[in-house]
Design a protein around this ligand. Structure first.
Ligand code: PLP
Length: 415
């Protein structure tokens, strides 16, 4: 980054600070990952300069030959990776992918049925503070208080009562496999469109480690920067019958010019997802998460649903009398980043919460395996058991640094 260092030292310094944080701290935030150097290059490329409103071969600007190529690559690869009929690779984010589907499939004022934000759903599934709760009548289902699993009886009875125009399956903090077939049956029964938001699990779906939503869903959305390990962004898929409506919803209804440098990054991401090593990576993510879950359970910590099937787990800290906010802070003092997370039926506000969410995608990308994850679980236990005692967090911070020095990442872009 020699240009930036000379021309704008302040911005350069901030970026280097982030490089150092990502290198020297343990990222266990379930929605984060490290992109490959190839993706960094694509996203940092001159394609950021190009206006390309429209679609390949049908642009509103001249000079789109090269950007057409990357968008066509991304489209073809996305269809291959997921076995999809149609994809739009232009949404700027996962939230915008969801907005595009609503714009394509329903009208303002229609009823939507999605998972409650406080039970693990996403803002865009109908939360009142999001456009989705603002412009649509939102009804939400949750999890069974005893098992922590999605309450399908509730989904069915709410669907029968409210007759939603769209039903959304998918979550931001749900540690178990989601069975999409019953959602499809309920959608058919009440005449609803069925959307699966696979943002968190799209890497697992690509690797064949989570059942695919494509055989049953009308629309599928994802963000691209979580388990799929691509640049920040989104993709929206549909059945061929809805292809035109979806493309019109993305552009011109919702967005202007696509971020072609990010579309290039998505093309690279999808090529990486086709490589057999990606399946191995995702399998290691899941194995690591299981080891972490077991280590925490052995230490007396209560995991929602009793464990995990995927890349994340949720600890309910109420038995320990700890808040998610305090736990997040104690762990960050030792260089371990997780995020506070509400637990179902939480009595604490979202700024405090009674739980934390932990995920293994980023740590697995840098090479940590089961032995290391067990060690990490023991550190988390020690820090939380001590309630963030300074001598404990300081001792473990040094151990975390030593461990991570054996698993370098982005070494070549360090100053
Ligand atoms: N959908 C789900 C299930 C998510 O977890 C998220 C992000 O956390 C999104 C959508 C939104 O993605 P973005 O942050 O890219 O808008």
């Amino acid at each position: 980054m020699r240009w930036l260092e000379q021309k704008d030292p302040e911005t350069h310094l901030a970026i280097m600070q982030e490089v150092e944080r990502e290198q020297d701290r343990l990222i266990l935030i379930a929605s984060e990952n490290y992109v490959s150097p190839s993706i960094l290059e694509a996203v940092g490329s001159v394609m950021t300069n190009k206006y390309a409103e429209g679609y390949p071969g049908r642009r509103y600007y001249s000079g789109c030959e090269a950007v057409d190529k990357v968008e066509e690559l991304a489209i073809a690869r996305a269809k291959t990776v997921f076995g999809a009929e149609h994809v739009n690779v232009q949404p700027h984010s996962g939230s915008q992918a969801n907005m595009a589907v609503y714009l394509a499939a329903i009208r303002p004022g229609d009823t939507i049925l999605g998972m409650n934000l406080s039970h693990g759903g996403h803002l865009t599934h109908g939360a009142s503070v999001s456009f989705s709760g603002h412009y649509y009548k939102s009804v939400s289902y949750g999890v069974d208080p005893k098992t922590g699993l999605i309450d399908m009886d509730q989904v069915r009875s709410l669907a029968r009562e409210h007759r939603p125009r769209i039903i959304i399956a998918g979550a931001s903090s749900y540690p178990r496999t989601i069975d999409f077939a019953p959602f499809r049956a309920i959608s058919d029964e009440v005449g609803a469109t069925f959307l699966v938001d696979m943002a968190h699990i799209s890497g697992l779906v690509a690797a064949g480690l989570h059942p695919s939503p494509f055989p049953v869903a009308d629309y599928v959305t994802t963000s691209t920067h979580k388990t799929l390990r691509g640049p920040r962004g989104g993709m929206a898929f549909s059945r061929e019958a809805h292809a035109k409506a979806l493309d019109k919803a993305v552009f011109p209804m919702m967005q202007g010019g696509p971020l072609m440098h990010v579309v290039a990054g998505k093309a690279v991401m999808l090529r990486e997802a086709m490589d057999p090593s990606f399946r191995d990576y995702m399998a290691r993510v899941v194995d690591n998460c299981r080891v972490l879950a077991q280590t925490l359970t052995d230490g007396g910590y209560h995991l929602l649903t009793g464990g995990t099937d995927n890349h994340l787990l949720l600890i309910d800290l109420r038995p320990q009398g700890l808040t998610g906010r305090d736990a997040e802070q104690f762990l960050s003092q030792a260089g371990i980043f997780v995020n506070k997370n509400g637990v179902p039926f939480d009595d604490k506000p979202p700024t405090v919460t009674s739980g934390i969410r932990i995920g293994t995608p980023a740590a697995t990308t840098r090479g940590l395996g089961q032995e290391e994850m067990r060690q990490v679980g023991l550190w988390i236990r020690e820090i939380l058991d001590s309630r963030g005692k300074a001598e404990v967090t300081q001792k473990i911070a040094a151990q975390v640094r030593e461990l991570l020095s054996r698993f370098p990442i982005y070494g070549e872009i360090r100053r």
